[in-house]
Design a protein around this ligand. Structure first.
Ligand SMILES: NC(=O)c1ccc[n+]([C@@H]2O[C@H](COP(=O)([O-])OP(=O)(O)OC[C@H]3O[C@@H](n4cnc5c(N)ncnc54)[C@H](OP(=O)(O)O)[C@@H]3O)[C@@H](O)[C@H]2O)c1
Length: 308
């Protein structure tokens, strides 16, 4: 595995990282989760991306990972870079969501209990809050680092203007933003118009998620919504369904042909296409099986010739 420096920092991340948004919920096999984390470590994929709401149900992915850490991988803590986030709905009432100091401090405390950790390596504000003053959110993030509960701070899905403002305030507070997370893949290139250049300008590491458009860029749906346990077929996967797959089918078929002509399977082609961009620090995949993880890791060994 190759590692890339995150912006202007001391941190290196693997080119391919493992996210636990899906596949680590309470209905997923514990044995499969253990195998995924173990194989990731063997492959040099030492960066694990969580959030308080990952599951389902919310909290389940952190509980699963925390149990694995304690029972199986405790001796490997310092080899790992563990991320979590808060800012999406977690509990009822006015404090269970968004970006207030009350929500972020309580959210991280709950995450640490589920993860059975004293600190995470990076804590993200999961999404910008249109109503809480950014100064309050930044003050919460500062308090979190000063209290030792996170080593670094990240932001997620911040549009460029809010991202620049938050970065300025974080720098003034003496805790520069380490990472910015946003969606970027061959089907969704919006980031090129704003988040990607903004992140590079701030010398912050870019961590891009859904690089396979939740599996669509593997070509697996070109002949229907299969297999039955794939994300588009699962009822607990609310952001990918047959309609969305259908609307992208033509574009995926075109990319599949492009990858075929380059002699590379579409999955690896789509990941290598992202890794071609030096502004990106790490590509965050969401493998469901060890075989998928291994195939994705191969993309880090490729270089493809494309100027697009
Ligand atoms: N900050 C945010 O708001 C945010 C939002 C979304 C995601 N994320 C992070 O990004 C991570 C990755 O997102 P994602 O899960 O959408 O990524 P993704 O890699 O685009 O999609 C993962 C899905 O693709 C399929 N897949 C992966 N490798 C494959 C392979 N080699 N062959 C065939 N199918 C393969 C699997 O689908 P099947 O299950 O169908 O097999 C897997 O569940 C998340 O876990 C999370 O950590 C962050």
């Amino acid at each position: 595995m190759r590692y890339r420096r995150c912006g202007n920092s001391g941190i290196l991340l693997p080119e391919i990282s493992l996210g636990l948004w899906h596949n680590f919920g309470s209905a997923d096999s514990r044995e499969r989760c253990r195998a995924l984390v173990g194989r990731a470590l063997e492959l040099g994929i030492c960066h694990f991306d969580l959030a308080d709401n990952y599951g389902p149900p919310p909290g389940a992915a952190e509980s699963c990972f925390g149990e694995l850490l304690q029972k199986e991988f405790a001796g490997h803590r310092d080899e790992m870079f563990i991320a979590t986030k808060a800012g999406h709905l977690m509990w009822p009432g006015p404090y269970g969501d968004w970006g207030s100091k009350k929500h972020l401090i309580a959210g991280l405390n709950q995450s640490l209990r589920r993860l059975k950790l004293d600190y995470v390596d990076v804590f993200y504000h999961h999404r910008p809050d249109p109503e809480t003053p950014i100064e309050e959110t930044v003050s919460a993030l500062e308090q979190i680092v000063r209290s030792g509960k996170a080593l670094y701070i990240g932001l997620s899905k911040y549009p460029p203007r809010q991202f620049h403002r938050a970065c300025t305030l974080l720098k003034e507070a003496g805790i520069p933003c380490l990472l910015h997370q946003f969606r970027y893949n061959m089907l969704d290139r919006d980031a090129e118009k704003g988040m990607l250049p903004a992140t590079a300008e701030q010398k912050v590491g870019a961590v891009v998620f859904s690089p396979l458009a939740q599996g669509q860029l593997t070509g697996k749906y070109l002949s229907g919504i299969l297999p039955a346990d794939s994300r588009a077929a699962r009822s607990d996967s609310v952001f990918l369904d047959a309609e969305k797959v259908k609307s992208n089918a033509e574009a995926v078929a075109k990319l599949n042909k492009q990858a075929y002509e380059a002699g590379i399977p579409l999955t690896q082609y789509a990941l290598a296409w992202l890794l071609n961009k030096q502004e990106i620090s790490s590509v965050l995949i969401g493998a469901r099986t060890v075989e998928q993880l291994e195939e994705c890791a191969k993309a880090a060994e490729l270089s493809i010739n494309t100027s697009e």
